[in-house]
Design a protein around this ligand. Structure first.
Ligand SMILES: Nc1nc2c(c(=O)[nH]1)N[C@H]1C(S)=C(S)[C@@H](COP(=O)(O)OP(=O)(O)OC[C@H]3O[C@@H](n4cnc5c(=O)[nH]c(N)nc54)[C@H](O)[C@@H]3O)O[C@H]1N2
Ligand SMILES: Nc1nc2c(c(=O)[nH]1)N[C@H]1C(S)=C(S)[C@@H](COP(=O)(O)OP(=O)(O)OC[C@H]3O[C@@H](n4cnc5c(=O)[nH]c(N)nc54)[C@H](O)[C@@H]3O)O[C@H]1N2
Ligand code: SF4
Ligand SMILES: [Mo]
Length: 696
């Protein structure tokens, strides 16, 4: 009998919690939160616990597959790894010869382990890397940058020490990050206030001291009234404003008309509630966190909602504060040497990006680009043809609107490759599927966590692959060997780790004890007066020259969204604790807990329509497309909206459990790729309406 422990990183969602995995005779026996991280409290969430079921699931790609039928038809031939990698490399080679390296594109789901695949793209010479963020947090990121020239991850949410947390468009207790859940729970027990501003009473609302139900799509009006009130009543942090905010006068002038009474008209929230809330919030400064949002790709003005949230945090002095949003440190900030980067092996490609970021759209950050615009370029051939596409741990057909339309955009591709550990709509539509080992069966490159206490961490392999699957570094190495990039060809992960750690004074063995190596002794709070924002004047800029030079206002006057016409509802969506996006519905353990989604609909409205609890109803889009779903009646959702958990409505025969269960929200967003926030870059997913009716 052999027993071992592996320190890994959970791969069941984008949060990537540190975990400790116990293994006996080559089988995973227990998954727990890595005890080296006190905020994990030894826990994982339900999805984290279902990692074992993922390994045992035989409904996932088990060998490399090459398409023999038409795209999407599902006829495959099994291939060896050599065959499949040769096939992909030859395809990429042909595209590079005919159209240049820039015709090769790649998208992934972001995260800390990107250095190696991104180096591969640089080595090939293509600028066309995008991650999934234009379907997620791009508006938040661009809002942060537009004010401080620092990204959203330059600050941490110091939930544990907070005195008032505001969740608007953020549902911490269901859209889970285990450490955040534990820290916020501790803070609530110690008396921290929680305000939830949402269109429906979610689980976070059930734990809140104040729940504000807002009319969907009117959050910007609400926030402008909060700023108005903070300034008019002089409730803001005057010291912080004087020291750190540039053009405060312009803000003061701008919000003058946006009174709580005005906001009441727009949002449906009584002015007296807004006033009481602002008084209470101001009383807790600077230990206040108004969360800037995460899945904020919702409306055409979501960027300005996020921007107004950062401004409120600044007015309350929570930037830098304990219990607020203190700044993280990078290795260099604490005198440590950073990891050696594979990307630095190659120069940055000089070509302009196909998505227009960096030359057509100068106000957007280049790194992760905007995937929806990359897809549009595949169809138009502008600014140049894009012919090869690798969907790397990414399922755009589930995560972007209007999958049938997206498939058409991809019709021009000569090669579509999917690297994935589960079946997905995108994998099913690909020319080649390269099966990735699930996270418990693979190791990852070493990564850096910038935080109050920065550290390096690694994912160790817990068990050997059950099927003929490979780790991502092996797949990239295999392609690099065939594409003339010998610098990225490695036979063992240890050689990769050694390369990364060169010059840091840290060895691989240093990770054995807990899977991480701390770079500082305890949390470092940068003090008021010591820190500077990364703008020329070191201050937070209310007026952004970058935005203005692109003809976008820094302070945008409020315009109400388009509201649903008579007989229609706004289709809204979010997450639940039991599933991640679209890829866990077929997980045997999680499917058993929650096999389908239901349609949240306001009880009064439903009763008028004679719809009963649990009744199967028809949901129809303006283009006539329809699906059915069970209705869940509740007084706790705004009457304008219906709500579903995203990720259901699977139609792949290879996913026998998920097949045909529940409704797919993204199919009710016709031409949704064209509806995006011009200032923040993200797709506006909630600008779509549907009707609900009884089935005969
Ligand atoms: N309509 C609608 N669209 C949405 C959303 C919505 O709520 N409604 N949510 C949006 C949001 S917030 C996001 S982030 C995107 C997500 O969109 P994606 O990034 O595409 O979603 P994931 O399911 O996280 O990952 C996609 C694929 O990566 C593969 N994979 C490979 N390696 C790993 C790994 O280590 N871990 C995991 N978890 N998967 C791996 C999985 O097999 C899975 O099929 O979708 C967005 N799109
Ligand atoms: N369990 C679980 N946890 C996850 C994930 C997962 O798939 N499952 N995915 C991870 C990822 S990739 C992300 S991006 C995060 C997402 O984390 P969040 O952004 O917190 O998640 P959501 O559930 O999409 O949305 C939060 C809330 O926004 C509300 N909302 C919708 N429209 C409006 C509106 O107009 N105004 C207001 N004020 N509220 C509105 C919804 O009702 C929902 O309660 O979660 C991460 N954690
Ligand atoms: S929140 Fe849950 S699923 Fe996501 S990484 Fe952590 S344990 Fe895994
Ligand atoms: Mo996300």
């Amino acid at each position: 009998m052999t027993e071992k422990v592996a320190y890994s990183i959970c791969g069941m969602c984008t949060v990537r919690c540190p975990i400790k995995v116990s293994v006996k005779d080559g089988q995973v026996t227990f998954i727990e939160g890595n005890p080296r991280f006190p905020s994990m409290k030894g826990a994982v969430c339900p999805r984290g616990a279902a990692g074992k079921a993922l390994i045992n699931d035989d409904e996932r790609p088990q060998t490399p597959l090459i398409r023999v039928g038409k795209r999407g038809e599902g006829r495959w031939r099994k291939a060896t790894w050599d065959e499949a990698l040769d096939y992909v490399a030859q395809g990429l080679g042909r595209i590079r010869d005919e159209y240049g390296a820039r015709a090769i594109s790649f998208t992934d789901r972001g995260g800390p382990f990107r250095d190696f695949p991104r180096a591969f793209l640089r080595g090939l010479g293509t600028p066309n890397y995008c991650n999934h963020d234009s379907s997620c947090a791009r508006n938040v990121q661009h809002a942060a940058l537009s004010l401080t020239n620092m990204g959203r991850k330059a600050v941490e949410y110091d939930l544990k020490n907070s005195r008032h947390v505001v969740l608007q468009l953020r549902n911490i207790f269901e859209s889970i990050n285990v450490q955040e859940v534990n820290d916020l729970t501790d803070a609530l027990e110690a008396g921290c206030k929680l305000t939830v501003i949402d269109i429906r009473a979610n689980i976070s609302a059930t734990k809140a001291s104040r729940y504000i139900q807002i009319r969907p799509g009117t959050d910007y009006a609400f926030n402008l009234a909060v700023i108005h009130q903070l300034i008019r009543k002089k409730l803001y942090n005057a010291g912080f404003v004087r020291h750190y905010i540039e053009n405060f006068g312009a803000l003061e002038e701008f919000v003058r008309p946006y009174t709580p009474l005005w906001a009441q008209e727009q949002t449906g929230v009584p002015a007296s509630d807004i006033e009481a809330f602002v008084d209470e919030l101001a009383g807790a400064q600077p230990s206040v966190i108004w969360h800037p949002g995460w899945m904020a790709a919702r409306y055409r003005d979501s960027f300005y909602v996020c921007r107004s949230i950062y401004i409120i945090n600044a007015l309350l002095g929570s930037y830098g504060a304990k219990g607020g949003i203190p700044f993280v440190s990078k290795p260099g900030d604490v005198g440590a040497k950073g990891l050696k980067s594979f990307m630095d092996l190659y120069p940055k490609p000089k070509e302009k990006r196909a998505d227009g970021v960096g030359w057509k759209y100068l106000h957007f950050e280049e790194g992760p680009g905007l995937a929806h615009l990359l897809f549009k370029a595949m169809e138009s051939g502008e600014p140049y043809p894009v012919k090869g596409y690798i969907a790397y741990r990414h399922d755009p057909l589930m995560g972007y609107p209007d999958p049938d339309n997206l498939k058409k955009l991809w019709d021009n591709l000569d090669l579509l490759v999917s690297v994935t550990f589960s079946w997905s709509d995108t994998a099913w539509h690909s020319d080649v599927v390269l099966p990735l080992s699930p996270y418990l069966e693979r190791e990852s490159i070493i990564a850096t966590k910038n935080s109050l206490e920065p550290y390096f961490f690694v994912r160790q392999r817990a068990v050997e692959p059950r099927y003929d699957t490979r780790a991502d570094w092996q797949i990239i190495s295999g392609l690099a060997a065939r594409m003339g990039l010998p610098e990225l060809v490695f036979d063992s992960i240890e050689d990769i780790w050694r390369f990364q750690l060169e010059g840091t004074g840290i060895t691989i063995d240093d990770f054995n004890e807990s899977g991480m190596v701390p770079l500082a002794h305890g949390p470092i709070y940068k003090k008021f007066g010591d820190f500077k924002f990364k703008t020329p004047g070191g201050k937070l800029e209310i007026i952004s020259k970058k935005l203005e030079s692109c003809n976008l206002p820094s302070l945008k006057p409020y315009e109400p969204p388009v509201f649903p016409p008579e007989g229609y509802f706004r289709l809204t969506f979010g997450r639940c604790a039991l599933h991640t996006q679209g890829h866990t519905v077929n997980n045997p353990m999680l499917f058993e807990q929650m096999p389908e989604n239901i349609l949240w609909i306001n009880r009064d409205v439903a009763e008028k329509m004679k719809i009963r609890e649990g009744e199967v109803v028809k949901v129809e889009g303006p283009d006539g497309y329809s699906e059915t779903i069970k209705a869940g009646l509740t007084p706790l959702i705004h009457p304008d909206a219906v709500f579903v958990i995203h990720g259901f409505g699977h139609r792949l025969p290879v996913e026998s459990r998920a097949f045909g269960k529940g409704l797919a929200d993204n199919r009710f967003m016709p031409k949704g790729m064209d509806i995006w926030d011009q200032a923040g870059g993200a797709v506006a997913y909630q600008e779509h309406f549907i009707s609900v009716s009884k089935i005969a």
